[in-house]
Ligand binder design. Structure first.
Ligand SMILES: [Zn+2]
Length: 282
């Protein structure tokens, strides 16, 4: 599942090749969800805005129509030069947009729809999205009252609920809970405000730090892995030497990686790891 920083980067890559450009060719295939898009209706439209909101990508045209896509588990956006062969079969293209300089293709979207900006603003899911961790102006304190309504929810599930906080996926969930010394199964109600705020601030910092692309990194050491626990199940913890665990979590069975030693289910303390993060990350 793409994380918020992925969508942020996609928006940043698509913006220069789409914003201000007129669509002169388009094709669409029906995705699994969302209405069939009338590709012909896109031709001649000029792109006004390309934005990421949480894990959603919004391409707004000057006529106030919005192409709304969600990548789900397997979706992607590719940018090609005109005539360049696509790296995936065209039947998987939910939508392809050609300008005079580029062809942008959204492969295998989970959701794809073309709606008016008014419909978009009424979109109950997007309206309910929590504060976006990729935005500099987001105040992590605004996440707190949302989380407090889910005292019984394990923290590893709460941070994946996009209506509480937008943009965190499996990778940042696992990595930042590790760095914060918080056990992913600890209930939100058992974490004090300071711990939650420190955790959210750390997550935002890590996500924004990765916003420019390159290999996603939460461990800024000169050598060794770039991630602390994610996809390291069965390997040794880089801090304590214990074996990293993996388990499915929540109704959707999202994978969580953690160190049972560093993240034991006791009151979490941030200081040790924040210091280490600050030192290795500066
Ligand atoms: Zn450990």
């Amino acid at each position: 599942m793409p994380e918020g920083d992925t969508l942020y980067r996609i928006a940043n890559r698509l913006r220069p090749v789409l914003a201000g450009k007129t669509i002169f060719a388009a094709q669409a295939n029906p995705p699994r969800t969302g209405a069939m898009i009338d590709a012909e209706s896109l031709i001649g439209k000029r792109v006004a805005l390309v934005e990421a909101t949480g894990k959603h990508l919004l391409i707004t045209f000057e006529d106030r129509q919005v192409l709304h896509s969600h990548l789900g588990m397997t979706g992607s956006w590719h940018i090609y030069a005109p005539g360049q062969p696509w790296r995936k079969p065209s039947r998987r293209a939910g939508v392809a947009l050609a300008t005079d300089t580029h062809v942008t293709v959204n492969f295998s979207p989970k959701l794809l729809e073309l709606v008016s900006d008014k419909t978009m603003q009424r979109n109950s899911y997007l309206r309910r999205l929590g504060p976006d961790m990729m935005l500099a102006e987001t105040e992590v304190a605004d996440v707190l009252p949302r989380m407090r309504k889910f005292a019984q929810l394990p923290i590893g599930e709460a941070v994946m609920n996009q209506t509480l906080v937008a943009g965190i996926g499996n990778i940042y969930k696992s990595e930042s809970l590790f760095l914060a010394h918080i056990n992913p199964w600890k209930r939100v109600g058992h974490l004090d405000d300071e711990t939650l705020l420190d955790y959210l601030q750390l997550t935002k910092k890590l996500m924004r730090r990765n916003r420019h692309g390159g290999e996603r990194t939460t461990r800024f050491a000169p050598d060794g892995p770039r991630l602390w626990v994610y996809e390291r199940a069965g390997e040794r913890c880089l801090v304590c030497g214990e074996f990293i665990q993996i388990r499915r979590q929540g109704e959707q069975g999202r994978t969580t990686f953690w160190c049972p030693e560093c993240q034991e289910a006791e009151p979490a303390t941030m200081s040790k790891n924040l210091t280490r993060y600050g030192r290795s990350g500066s």
